[in-house]
Design a protein around this ligand. Structure first.
Ligand code: TRP
Length: 453
């Protein structure tokens, strides 16, 4: 322990917590529909390249920044570059955590609601499924109630502490998640007609690729790996000097990427087997909430699998949400000396309130539109297409040019490492990631807003 800061109770604690942060709605809710939107396998290839070239170096950097400073994102930048404005990068991260968790919890609330509804069986047919989903999200009281329940669970775990809260929760929940996913995938792959879904996921159609595809792939890479806002940095700050960084980062990324593909294996075969190629809900936030219930309604033992699926989605969301809240909580604990419980409760309550507009965006405030997006999509767009890539660019510029890649490499290779990070990381952090991500971000945003064609 340094400065009395809590450390993970074991090496597996950190890896599980970070993997729990990474694996979430991003893998199971977001990855399939974004992949559907951008042509399946072609998107998958670009996304995998982004994971290797950008995801791995940024993850190693964030963990190293956290461990070497033993601080929250704001404190980490302050410690390494005192009397400069670099702490603003940490502050951007804390702000991003607020925004992401507020709508993340709304979607997680949909998942909880569907888990409960699944017990009564889902209605037959895609129209009925669409009606069920629209009926739920255009409500006010019920979505707010489930959003509140989810925030209470999240804040409860964070209030209990790093080891007694976060580590205990992930050690209990992650194995359950893995078992549930295997069950759902086996069911999906054994449906008649599953092959078309596999072809969609693995046979590329480059015709669907545009500038925005690259931004979506980069944004998805940051989102799914929990990078670009200091969440992994914060978890790294509880890592001891004995534990290794290079191998842990590889394990976390391997786990997350494997899980996204496996989630695709659960969703696309079922989609094509039971719904066919009707483009119906393929490209929307509703993919897993509309398509899958329709699939469960027709599938033998569908009620059980429906329940298990939404239980899985809720668990995955919870182990991610705690990492988002921990960033903000660690900040107020370290920098403003709040007690942990008060921090978890107050911050959780504020985030709950910030999450109400995205809910109202489907009913009372459905007149709202920003470049054709509703409130929830707008939050997601700012977080995923602007804040996270920007945070990632600034973090790698900082590591490459201010803290210095020698320090990154030295910190990353400390302890009992199974392999070492080499100097190859240096050009990536200094030039490739800042320039690459920045260009992709500018063109992607201009295209998404309809400013360029
Ligand atoms: N990675 C999580 C997912 O895929 C979401 C998440 C948790 C996240 N913490 C984050 C995204 C930090 C960005 C930054 O669902």
């Amino acid at each position: 322990m340094v400065n009395g800061r809590e450390n993970w109770a074991s090496k597996i604690g950190f890896v599980l917590a970070a993997a729990g942060s990474a694996v979430g709605l991003g893998n199971i809710w977001r990855f399939p529909y974004v992949t559907g939107e951008h042509g399946g396998a072609a998107f998958l290839i670009i996304y995998l390249i982004a994971i290797v070239l950008i995801g791995y170096p940024v993850m190693v950097t964030e963990i190293s920044l956290g461990r070497s400073t033993q601080k929250n994102p704001v404190g980490a930048f302050k410690a390494l570059a005192p009397n400069t404005s670099w702490w603003l990068v940490g502050a951007l991260g804390v702000l991003t955590g607020f925004v992401i968790l507020s709508y993340y919890s709304v979607i997680a609330g949909w998942s909880l609601a569907f888990m409960v509804n699944s017990l009564g069986g889902f209605p037959q047919g895609i129209e009925a499924a669409e009606e069920l989903f629209m009926g739920h999200i255009t409500g006010v009281g019920t979505p707010i109630l489930y959003h509140a329940i989810f925030m209470v669970l999240t804040a409860g775990i964070i209030a209990a502490g790093v080891v007694k809260g976060i580590q205990r929760a992930v050690q209990f929940l992650m194995p359950i998640l893995a078992i549930l996913l295997v069950l759902v995938v086996l069911r999906s792959l054994t449906l008649e007609g599953a092959g078309e879904g596999l072809a969609f996921l693995f046979a590329p159609d480059f015709g669907a690729v545009t500038g925005n595809t690259f931004l979506s792939a980069v944004g998805q890479a940051f989102f799914t790996l929990s990078l670009g806002m200091g969440a992994i940095l914060t978890y790294g700050s509880y890592l001891s000097n004995k534990d290794e960084i290079p191998g842990s980062a590889a394990q976390i990324i391997g786990f997350d990427t494997g899980l996204a593909i496996v989630a695709g294996l659960a969703i696309f075969p079922a989609f094509f087997a039971l719904i066919g190629t009707e483009e119906v809900a393929m490209e929307s936030v509703g993919l897993v909430f509309i398509t899958l219930p329709a699939v469960f309604a027709e599938m033998p033992m569908g009620t059980i699998f429906g329940f298990l699926f939404f239980l899985l989605l809720s668990i995955a969301a919870l182990t991610s949400a705690i990492s988002l809240l921990e960033v903000v909580v660690a900040y107020v604990i370290d920098e403003h000396h709040w007690p942990r419980t008060m921090a978890a409760v107050v911050v959780g309550a504020i985030i709950f309130v910030v999450g109400i507009p995205p809910i109202l965006g489907y009913s009372t405030w459905d007149g709202f539109s920003f470049a054709g997006m509703d409130i929830l999509d707008t939050y997601d767009f700012f977080a995923d297409s602007i804040f996270l890539p920007l945070g990632g660019v600034l973090t790698s510029i900082f590591a490459g040019h201010v803290w210095g890649t020698r320090n990154v490499i030295e910190e990353a290779n400390r302890g009992n490492v199974s392999f070492r990070v080499g100097y190859w990381i240096s050009p990536l952090l200094k030039y490739v990631i800042p320039l690459g991500v920045f260009v992709v971000m500018v063109f992607g945003v201009l295209e998404a807003l309809g400013i360029i064609g």
